[in-house]
Ligand binder design. Sequence first.
Ligand code: DX5
Ligand code: ZN
Length: 215
Amino acid sequence: MAKIAPSILAADFSRLGEDVKDVCSRGIDYLHVDIMDGEFVPNISFGPDVMKSMNSIATVPYDVHLMIVKPDRYIEKFITDNTEFITVHYEACDDLASTIQHIKDAGAKAGVSIKPGTAPEVLDDYLADIDLILVMSVEPGFGGQKFMDSSLPKIEYYAKKREELGLDYVIEVDGGVGAGNAHLVRDAGIDIIVAGSAVFKAADRTAEVAAIKGE
Ligand code: DX5
Ligand code: ZN
């Protein structure tokens, strides 16, 4: 069984509080918070104040996904009592080792994400210091895209490395996953599944969450 982190990018922003409250009651493990700067990705989502507006409503921790260039500038702004993970993109960092340390010093667990075109081996030198690896299964920037199965061997790669090296990072996948294909990432060894559209647009969110987790 996997854990699930619904992405609030797929929520109805005109009633964000109600949607977050609702999804938190469906057996979820984290809230995935997608932050886009219009530069690293061709889209802009929302900022830290919108995230913080959910602090009194959210009953699960935040899993923050920073799709922004030079993320060190904003790490502290996304640390709250609800923040468990801050994930940055390998492709967006000038000095990944120092950014990982920065996240930890600021009080969160450190995640690193790779885009679909990035080889998994680029993180080899950092694995011992990473708390979470986020494998993108769509090009970052938009919800509702089709799952890319090129993510599957990457998930397997990181699961194998973790065992070989005796490490304990968690592996997460993001993009295009729903009840119909979640078994693929679970079979590959995934720990946390991000799902935006599939959960928020489901007729029965509780059933969708359970099916994605493999309950
Ligand atoms: C894409 C985001 C994803 C996205 C997932 O840039 O990082 O978290 O919202 O949405 P779905 O599940 O709809 O593909
Ligand atoms: Zn994301």
